[in-house]
Design a protein around this ligand. Structure first.
Ligand code: AMP
Ligand code: MG
Length: 331
């Protein structure tokens, strides 16, 4: 483990080895907060069975209200102890776990997860992450871990240790360093309404892939049938104003391109070859970079709304949304 000194204090960086994992897990068991790498983005982890640790997560993020958190566990067997699986949920978990799929399922009686973590709902959002280090860490913690993205409320999600440190330095005990996150956008969140699957948030598992296992999935339209309290407008917002589907670059704008079409005006290209998986993995880094370079306006080229493009466009729409009504956001 090493320490990074900075203006704001000392941030402990735990290495991805046995000692680092054990030391980070010990912090969690003491009720402290540790950011850790997953395959989607870095999570801000705390003991989900400890009300104070959960409250500390909301506080560290500066979350304006108690928006429910995803609970991370190292195996399907452990998930079954906390929530009730239907046969369809079981099939999805078998197919996609460990991986970027979060299932919203009824809490089991006696489930030890803090009600604060699920914002008082009788359901829990739960997943087994597909990242070796995260799984070893969760096993070492030996308790359910609540982990929203490790960034201040409303900001860009972190995909590197540097992103986490620049946003949360001084507010958490440390970071378990797993390098860059391979997928780079958050998990796909699926709930169930009268037994049928409902897409609550597009993410790292594409709708097409999901449907190949579950059959047709309804896309949540905010009609209140399956509450997903986090899916509100402004989020993932860089400091700069964001303009979408831009086919030209205005004076003073930074331009983020996808594919070859507008590459000649690009400051950053998410994927020259038009690969949506590569683009997802670079999206948040590109937005962080624009902030670090102090651009006040960002234009983003068109990105196809298929596969992982849906998750990318969802995040970009929120990044571009008006900022004035940022009350409860998907953090
Ligand atoms: P985050 O933890 O920031 O990745 O966001 C978690 C997402 O899952 C948010 O959109 C939440 O609103 C959603 N979520 C978490 N728990 C539940 C739940 N019990 N019911 C419905 N949506 C949930
Ligand atoms: Mg988030």
């Amino acid at each position: 483990m090493v320490s990074m000194k900075s203006d704001t204090g000392t941030m402990r960086i735990f290495k991805a080895d046995k000692n680092g994992i054990q030391a980070a897990a010990e912090k969690i068991r003491q009720g402290e907060l540790i950011a850790f790498a997953t395959e989607t983005v870095y999570g801000l982890g705390g003991d989900a069975s400890n009300d104070r640790a959960v409250a500390a997560i909301y506080e560290a993020k500066g979350r304006p209200s108690f928006n429910p958190l995803i609970i991370h566990v190292p195996s399907l067997a452990i998930a079954r102890e906390y929530v009730e699986f239907t046969p369809l949920a079981e099939r999805l978990a078998q197919k996609f776990w460990p991986g970027a799929l979060t299932l919203v399922l009824p809490r089991r009686k006696g489930c030890p997860v803090s009600l604060l973590a699920s914002a008082g709902l009788d359901t829990l959002a739960i997943r087994v992450p597909g990242h070796r280090l995260a799984l070893e860490f969760l096993t070492a913690c030996d308790r359910p871990i609540a982990a929203p993205s490790a960034n201040p409320s409303g900001g860009i999600s972190p995909t590197t240790v540097h992103h986490v440190a620049s946003g949360l330095e001084g507010r958490i005990a440390g970071i378990l360093d797993g390098g860059s996150c391979a997928i780079g956008v958050e998990s796909t969140v699926v709930g169930f309404h009268e037994g049928s699957p409902v897409l609550l948030r597009p993410g790292g598992i594409s709708l097409e892939l999901l449907e190949s296992c579950s059959g047709p999935v309804r896309i949540h339209q905010g009609d209140g049938s399956t509450p997903s309290p986090g899916m509100l407008q402004s989020h993932y917002a860089p400091n700069a104003a964001v303009r979408l589907n831009a086919t030209s670059k205005m004076p003073g704008e930074a331009y983020i391109a996808f594919g070859r079409d507008y590459d000649q005006i690009a400051d950053v290209n998410l994927s020259l070859t038009g690969d949506l998986t590569e683009a997802a993995s670079l999206l948040f880094s590109a937005l962080h970079l624009m902030d670090e370079m102090n651009f006040s306006r960002i234009a983003v080229g068109p990105i196809p709304d298929i596969g992982l493009g849906r998750a990318i466009n969802d995040r970009l729409r929120r990044a571009a949304a008006p900022r004035d009504n940022r009350q409860v956001v998907n953090q």
